[in-house]
Every structure is written in structure tokens, then in C-alpha cells.
Write a protein that binds this ligand. Structure first.
Ligand code: CO
Length: 210
């Protein structure tokens, strides 16, 4: 497909929106008040709005390879801060997906060179935490699928370890954390875990002076 097709598609799409609802863009341009922050994989097959059948304005989105929550990632930290404290979202969703190329790559010993190695290293660290369980699983695909789920779990836990989340939990009893895994083969989202506000976490990561 040529890039110009994207632009002509866009014009047709915008026209159709106005035909259906003349106020569509005026309403959207006026206010953004999404209730959800989506932290998903950059994979082109997992578009947040389409798989949840939601409209522009409903989900604030951050995506990276293998939907990682890395506490030193300034990009993610800024998105999270803005979504939680300015947009005041009620839910933060980490959505991984079965068949994730990033997760599969992290299970190999391939050298993907400097920067990708660094990123994938975060997934290898998740593997190490659950090594006993994962090594016992027969079959590469089943093991990768389980690592997708465990990776989602760890990334949700990483959110709970951040002071941004702990502060809004303590002061406003707000923000539910969710971990989901999307199936490329059937289109279904599998809910993995849900941490309501003020779920107890490992005291090692708990801040007391929030
Ligand atoms: Co992926």
C-alpha cells in the first residue's frame, strides 16, 4: 500500500464521521476525558481502539515493544503521570498479546544488537523470575504464551511499585490496574489480573512518605 492511500483513506474517514454526526470533531476537539490508559505492544495487530470497539477520546494510549513498564523509562513515566494526575483516568490497562514477537525474541539467545538487547533484557528478567514454571512447560509456543501472561503480570506489578500509582491509591483511592492478554488468533482478550486501589504490595517497594 502506498503512503498516499493513508491520506486519501483519512479524508474519506473524516467525511464519513461528519456525515454520520456533524458535531463529531467539534465535540472531540473540545475535550479529552478518557477513563482508561492503555499500555500495549507496538504490534500493528493489536490496536487498542479497534479490539475494544471504542471511539477516539475514550482511551489514552502508550505502546512499546512487548508492553513493558520500565521504571527508568521517562516516556512511560510522563504518559502515566499525565494520564493519572491530569486526565484522572480510572483504569490503567497493560495489554500483552499471545504470539508477541518481542517475548519470543527474548526467549532466544540471538544477539539483536545494542538497543534491542537492552529492551528485551527486561523480558529475560521476567523469565528468570518464573524460570522453574516456564522450563517445565512442554512446547515452545505454550511456553511463550505463558511468558506473555507472566510478563503482563510483572508489568502490572511494576506499575504498583511506582510512586505515581501508590500516591493516587493512598490519596484518592483511585486507579485500578489491569493485566490482559489478547489473542491474535481469536480476537479475545484474556483478563490475567486486576489490582484495585490500595492492593497490598511487597513492602520493599512501598513508599511511606507519599
Ligand atoms: Co508484541
Amino acid at each position: 500500500m502506498d503512503f498516499e492511500k493513508l491520506l486519501s483513506n483519512n479524508r474519506a474517514w473524516a467525511q464519513l464521521r461528519v456525515d454520520e454526526d456533524p458535531d463529531f470533531f467539534n465535540r472531540l476537539a473540545g475535550l479529552q476525558s478518557p477513563e482508561f490508559l492503555w499500555i500495549g505492544c507496538s504490534d500493528s495487530r493489536v490496536p487498542a481502539n479497534q479490539i475494544t470497539d471504542t471511539q477516539p477520546g475514550e482511551i489514552f494510549v502508550h505502546r512499546n515493544i512487548a508492553n513493558l513498564v520500565v521504571h527508568t523509562d521517562v516516556n512511560l513515566a510522563a504518559v502515566l503521570d499525565y494520564a493519572v494526575n491530569i486526565l484522572k483516568v480510572k483504569h490503567v490497562i497493560v495489554c500483552g498479546h499471545y504470539g508477541c514477537g518481542g517475548v519470543r525474541a527474548a526467549m532466544t539467545r540471538t544477539d539483536y544488537k545494542a538497543i534491542l538487547n537492552k529492551w528485551l533484557r527486561n523480558i529475560k528478567d521476567v523469565y528468570r523470575i518464573y524460570q522453574e514454571e516456564l522450563d517445565a512447560i512442554e512446547g515452545e509456543e505454550a511456553r511463550a504464551d505463558r511468558l506473555v501472561e507472566l510478563n503482563v503480570r510483572e508489568q502490572v506489578m511494576n506499575l504498583a511499585k511506582m510512586s505515581t500509582i501508590q500516591r493516587v491509591w493512598k490519596n484518592e483511592n483511585r486507579v485500578h490496574l489491569h493485566g490482559w492478554a489478547y489473542g491474535l488468533k481469536n480476537g479475545y482478550i484474556n483478563p490475567i489480573l486486576h489490582l484495585p486501589p490500595n492492593t497490598p504490595i511487597d513492602p520493599l517497594y512501598e513508599y511511606e512518605d507519599l
